[in-house]
Design a protein. Structure first.
Lengths: 93, 115
């Protein structure tokens, strides 16, 4: 299977039905993702992971789905495309 | 306790409170499984849609029914988790939206003591 261009990571709780719905959408579309079941982590890991979630979602709610694009070259077009920046340098949205 | 039995009990309890369980029974049974998992993990039924610390005093506000349930049902027709809802919500007379987290960010980020 070809590797996905964007990295997808789902912070989830095993007990949460909305998290389950989110997983189903990802699975139905054969999306590759890293799954982190935060409620199953031990105390230290859970602390570190909650801090991570907070960076993306200050309310620290679950599910939190993070979709990131990795760019490793100074490729202006790729950067603009990833950020939806139009040619006149403003954000499209 | 099985989730089916809990479903029967909570249906009656909801009725007694003038509210209802979400009429998507499969979704409700998932929530109830989560509640029972949390009960065996922590000794109390903390909200399965939120991360519990396992320390009862810190989780007191999210033990189901959580303290946010009534204001959430009043404002949005549904609790945060979508377990308890108003009759109007079940009848789709109220728009179904993702209920925002009413719990303070500080409390949502609270940690277990074993870090």
């Amino acid at each position: 299977m070809e590797e996905q261009k964007k990295k997808v990571r789902l912070y989830s709780l095993t007990t949460c039905p909305t998290c389950k719905k989110m997983k189903k959408i990802l699975d139905d579309h054969n999306i590759q993702y890293e799954l982190i079941e935060v409620d199953l982590l031990d105390g230290g890991e859970q602390w570190v992971t909650s801090k991570e979630v907070k960076r993306y979602n200050p309310a620290v709610t679950y599910p939190t789905l993070v979709i990131e694009e990795v760019i490793m070259e100074p490729d202006e077009e790729a950067i603009k495309k990833a950020l939806d920046i139009s040619d006149d340098s403003g954000y499209i949205r | 306790m099985t989730s089916d039995r809990l479903y029967e009990i909570l249906s009656r309890y909801a009725e007694s409170q003038g509210i209802q369980l979400n009429n998507e029974s499969e979704y409700v049974l998932d929530i109830l499984e989560g509640l029972l998992t949390n009960e065996s993990r922590y000794g109390y039924r903390s909200c399965p849609c939120r991360l519990a610390t396992g320390i009862k005093e810190k989780d007191a506000d999210i033990i189901c029914p959580c303290v946010y349930r009534d204001p959430d049902i009043k404002e949005f027709g549904s609790c945060y988790c979508g377990l308890y809802v108003s009759k109007q919500w079940n009848e789709k007379k109220i728009k179904h939206i993702k209920v925002p987290e009413r719990r303070s960010k500080e409390r949502s980020g609270e940690q277990r003591d074993d870090v």
